[in-house]
Design a protein around this ligand. Structure first.
Ligand code: PLP
Length: 338
């Protein structure tokens, strides 16, 4: 690979690359958003198309799963057990990755089984994942995954458990490498990167990557469920965990993590008119679809910050499209009437 970046930590990116397998089709495209930039009369807006990663219907989990599945493969795993909400993007991508590596996917999905499978759950069924439904988040979910793992072990299998959102220090390099990829593609100053923040691994990786590259880029996260205090702690913890894992002298303090909780509004996954408007604006100006749960809220944040004058007119801003598109169809009743 042709690395153009002058990095203060040149070998660490090589070391991170050595820890992963490749199945997700990188680099993803970077595109200008000229009509959206003009309409908002704001800075120069770009989009990094991580909705086009080559796993299931695309999304950010592909970059993390390259690390997890490298580890699973090394350990000889033949059964992959993971969890998430019934409509989890991560769970579907885990199931897809499992199939691509000849492993059996087992999903513990939090919530009730709907009468008609739709969105990601429909994809899970097409992937013939073994699905268990469970009530509520909490330690009992991990307990149940471990119980399933023991059952598989007793039958002579080698199970491997992936935690929620695949956000652990070992997967943080996924988005550090994405930052490196972006900087190499962009070849100019990127003032800000904007992303949605759920379990924190994406923002942690981008922040970690920016630090390793000595890039002046500020990473702005739109939290979709956690308070600013909790999200910044999670992001810093993951970044520091990765720094420790790779033995680099980089630290992230919660106070410097720029994450906003102002756009969660009515709650995780709850569609409001700002999100609907953002989805429609993006489609009408750039022909690109956003999802209602993550990227829609992150776009509401970007639009709001532009309108509030947060950025300078000549700033370059890259919006990370992190995927989630199978969820659009679940909101047909509200989106279809807008
Ligand atoms: C999981 C997810 C995110 C959030 O990523 P984290 O690393 O969990 O913060 C953002 N967008 C989409 C579409 C996702 O599925």
């Amino acid at each position: 690979m042709n690395v153009l970046v002058e990095s203060s930590n040149p070998q660490i990116f090589e070391r991170m690359r050595a820890q992963k397998i490749s199945f997700a089709g990188f680099p993803t495209p970077i595109q200008r958003m000229p009509r959206l930039s003009e309409l908002l009369a704001g800075p120069n807006l770009f989009i990094k198309r991580d909705d086009m990663t080559d796993l299931a219907f695309g999304g950010n989990k592909a970059r993390k799963l390259e690390f997890i599945f490298a580890d699973a493969k090394n350990k000889g795993a033949d059964v992959i057990i993971s969890t998430g909400a019934v409509q989890s993007n991560c769970a579907t991508m885990v199931a897809s990755a499992s199939r691509r590596l000849g492993m059996k996917p087992v999903l513990v999905l939090v919530g009730e089984e709907p009468d008609v499978p739709d969105g990601n759950l429909l994809l899970d069924k097409l992937l013939s994942a073994e699905i268990h439904f469970i009530d509520g988040y909490g330690p009992h979910v991990e307990g149940f995954m471990n119980h399933l793992a023991n059952e598989f072990r007793e039958k002579g299998h080698k199970p491997y458990v992936i935690p929620v959102g695949a956000s652990v220090p070992s997967t943080v390099p996924g988005y550090a490498l994405a930052m490196e990829e972006l900087v190499n593609q962009f070849r100019g100053v990127i003032d800000y990167v904007v992303c949605a923040c759920g379990t924190g691994g994406t923002q942690a990786g981008l922040v970690f990557g920016a630090k390793l590259l000595d890039a002046k880029t500020e990473v702005l996260g739109a939290s979709v469920f956690a308070s600013k205090a909790d999200a910044s702690k999670t992001v810093a913890g993951l970044g520091n965990g990765a720094a420790e894992l790779f033995g680099v002298d980089v630290s992230v303090v919660p106070g410097e993590v720029a994450v906003f909780d102002d756009y969660i509004k009515q709650g995780y996954g709850v569609l409001n008119t700002e999100v609907t408007d953002a989805l429609k604006l993006m489609a009408a100006t750039e022909g690109i679809f956003l999802d209602p749960v993550y990227t829609g809220k992150a776009m509401v944040m970007l639009i709001d910050l532009v309108k509030k004058g947060y950025f300078k007119k000549d700033d370059n801003i890259v919006f990370f499209h992190t995927g989630g598109l199978p969820e659009i169809f679940l909101y047909r009743n509200k989106l279809g009437k807008a």
